[in-house]
Design a protein around this ligand. Structure first.
Ligand SMILES: N[C@@H](CCC(=O)N[C@@H](CS)C(=O)NCC(=O)O)C(=O)O
Length: 213
């Protein structure tokens, strides 16, 4: 049985959606961010970075949400969450997961926490504005990729781990001036992923209410 340490809507959401897709046996363990529990001594033993999520898989304790997604895809190959090893599609799968985690997600963290990068309020506001415009360009790039592909998912017809990751990050843009859903293909993509029963179960179990993205 897996344990997923989570806080509603945080970076645990993509791994959680995959656990539901797989039909895995798991339990959710709340890390109460409102009480800064992700910095508690007990949690830091699981994840010294003090970030959510963590997946516990018997003796394995794993942090970094993209790594957790890859691990779940590897552990449950029958779920088809990653393309075949060595295939061109697998290469594109890696490309998208890396782009999402180290470019889009990293910029979203700048957008949400600009005060970590600037001392003065005016400077922080400027950092936030720049991050918002950079995120917009990244979403445009993804929109163009969806337009160029056969859809409805990032890699084509089959739902993959990267799609859960993309929905999670798009959800985080819902209060931006030009959110992901405002782009036609991304909007359709989000509706398609949200229509999946596994996605709906993950959202419900985290207690996430509409608007979802
Ligand atoms: N790269 C990490 C980032 C995780 C992350 O930043 N999680 C946020 C919530 S979405 C967090 O725990 N923030 C708490 C903090 O920074 O103290 C991952 O993808 O797992």
């Amino acid at each position: 049985m897996y344990q997923l340490y989570y806080y509603p809507g945080n970076a645990n959401l993509a791994p959680h959606m995959l656990l539901e897709e797989i039909g895995a046996d798991y339990e959710l363990v709340l890390v109460d961010r409102s009480r800064n529990e992700q910095k508690s001594a007990a949690y830091l033993e699981l994840n010294p970075a003090g970030r959510i999520p963590v997946l516990v898989d018997a003796d394995l304790v794993l942090y970094e949400s993209a790594a957790i997604c890859l691990h779940l895809a590897d552990r449950h190959p029958a779920a088809g969450l990653a393309p075949a090893l060595g295939s061109d599609e697998r290469a594109h799968f890696y490309k998208w997961l890396m782009y999402l985690t180290n470019t889009v997600q990293a910029e979203l963290l700048v957008y949400f926490y600009p005060e970590r990068l600037a001392d003065e309020a005016a400077a922080a506001a400027q950092v936030k504005a720049h991050a918002e415009s950079r995120i917009g360009a990244m979403l445009d790039l993804i929109e163009a990729a969806l337009a160029a592909g056969s859809g409805p998912f990032l890699l084509g017809a089959q739902y993959r781990a990267v799609d859960a990751y993309l929905l999670m990050l798009c959800r985080w843009t819902r209060n931006l001036q030009h959110p992901a859903r405002a782009r036609p293909r991304l909007g359709r993509f989000l509706d398609t992923v949200m229509a999946r029963a596994a996605t709906q179960r993950a959202f419900a179990k985290e207690g996430i209410a509409a608007p979802f993205y």
